[in-house]
Design a protein around this ligand. Structure first.
Ligand code: ZN
Length: 110
């Protein structure tokens, strides 16, 4: 009898049943069968998606008028933090990109 023999777990760490449709079996690198919990996998995937979404800068769609207002406010000395809040920008890099866009627009307009 193998010294490290343990009865197979019936539930995963989160308490999902390790049976039926909730179980996925695969071979690990050593050739052992690994059972994994489908529900936990879905949770991990969803968490990963959220994480990626949180890291992706939200770039507000500003129309020309808003871009001009943004630039005006910036030139009036409104702080970047205030500008970000006012225009719904998630970070300073995005704010700078929008300001660049606004400057280009102003230059084009002459
Ligand atoms: Zn689970």
């Amino acid at each position: 009898m193998a010294a490290n023999h343990r009865p197979a777990a019936t539930h995963c760490l989160r308490g999902h049943p390790l049976s039926g449709d909730n179980i996925k079996v695969r071979l690990d690198r050593s050739g052992y069968l690994q059972r994994s919990c489908v529900a936990c996998r879905a949770i991990r995937d969803a968490a990963k998606k959220e994480e990626v979404a949180a890291l992706t800068p939200r770039r507000p769609q500003l129309d020309e008028k808003q871009l001009r207002r943004l630039l005006d406010a910036h030139e009036d000395g409104v702080s970047k933090t205030d500008l970000s809040e006012r225009f719904g920008v998630s970070n300073h890099a995005e704010l700078c990109a929008l300001l660049d866009e606004a400057r280009m627009l102003a230059r084009r307009a002459g």
